[in-house]
Ligand binder design. Structure first.
Ligand code: SF4
Length: 330
């Protein structure tokens, strides 16, 4: 959870949604703007989801932005506009999983609820010398049980649950790191079974990395006589669901395939390497734009929900020197 997200449940919820699968530094740059625009669940619920997507641009995993907007609407409709403290109520909100519910309940509301993320699971596995990988359901079930026992023990000693949960997460992030844990600096080293048996580098078992599949897409950035760019919305579901883009296909229709290539944008997603070939030119008369397409003046592009990959495509097409197409890679 971001420092500014602690204690205030709405800030905590926004912070957790933004941090899922995204680095802290990237989120920190957007967090204040998101809270300034949407200081409460009611403010977000009253706005179109487009506004949330627009502020989310560049963070990836846009389904989270849609879930956050849907969660805000439910908080207004079902909980009188206040983030609930009960774990089951939190879990009933779109996009809220067990970890996020535990984080909000324990850190924002101070309730004795456990949480387990990858860092916490690793610390607990090493403390108990529990073998296996955190990607195994059995290991995660075990970790949640251990985290619950720790919270109960802390409660008996009047230690705040937020202190326990934040301490475990911090330890995993800074000292008990995936490789080369700094056991000499660890406050738990005397209680750590993995260290006592010299297995801290083998627990947890490293995940076998699946090779990233490569996906090649071809984008056509089309202009009208006023220099506006043609965009349309991607369908719901799948990659970049519901975001705006220039026409993008695995194989462009012939009328667009003859436009000159101006460069290439590459993006590494979790399971895929996406290579986007970028073409630029006037919209051919013979080509019919997808339903719902709009012409957008370049200064207005910043106001639309456009993913970072397509923003890079548009930047490339808008800034490439006219009349000097770049050579194609292949
Ligand atoms: S002693 Fe080492 S392996 Fe054990 S919890 Fe601390 S940093 Fe992790």
């Amino acid at each position: 959870m971001l420092p500014g997200g602690r204690r205030d449940p709405w800030r905590a919820l926004v912070s957790e949604f933004m941090l899922q699968q995204t680095q802290v530094a990237r989120v920190a740059a957007r967090f204040d703007a998101m809270l300034a625009r949407f200081p409460s669940p009611a403010a977000m619920a009253a706005a179109p989801v487009e506004d949330v997507l627009s502020l989310w641009a560049g963070l990836g995993y846009y389904r989270r932005a849609r879930s956050l907007h849907a969660a805000a609407s439910q908080i207004v409709a079902r909980f009188d506009g206040r983030v609930p403290s009960d774990t089951d109520d939190l879990l009933s909100l779109p996009g809220v999983g067990r970890y996020t519910a535990g984080a909000i309940a324990s850190i924002a509301f101070g309730l004795p609820r456990p949480l387990v993320d990858g860092n916490v699971a690793r610390v607990l596995q090493r403390l108990h010398a529990r073998p296996g990988s955190a990607s195994e359901p059995g290991v995660m079930r075990w970790a949640w049980k251990q985290a619950g026992l720790l919270i109960s023990a802390a409660q008996a000693r009047r230690v705040p649950p937020a202190q326990v949960n934040e301490g475990l997460m911090e330890l995993g992030a800074t000292v008990c790191t995936p490789s080369s844990p700094r056991c000499g600096e660890c406050p738990l080293s005397t209680a750590c079974l993995a260290r006592a048996t010299g297995r801290q580098d083998r627990i947890p078992r490293p995940k076998a990395r699946a090779a990233r599949a490569e996906l090649t897409l071809r984008c056509a950035v089309l202009f009208d006589t006023r220099g506006r760019v043609l965009l349309h919305k991607r369908p719901s579901g799948g990659l970049w669901s519901g975001l705006w883009q220039p026409p993008t296909h695995q194989a462009l229709p012939p009328a667009l395939a003859s436009l000159p290539v101006v460069g290439e944008v590459t993006r590494l997603l979790t399971h895929r390497r996406v290579v986007m070939e970028v073409r630029r030119g006037r919209k051919p008369r013979s080509w019919r734009a997808p339903a719902g397409s709009v012409w957008v003046a370049p200064p207005d592009l910043a106001t639309l929900g456009i993913g970072s990959a397509h923003r890079a495509v548009l930047d490339l097409a808008l800034n490439a020197p006219m009349g000097t197409p770049r050579p194609r890679r292949r």
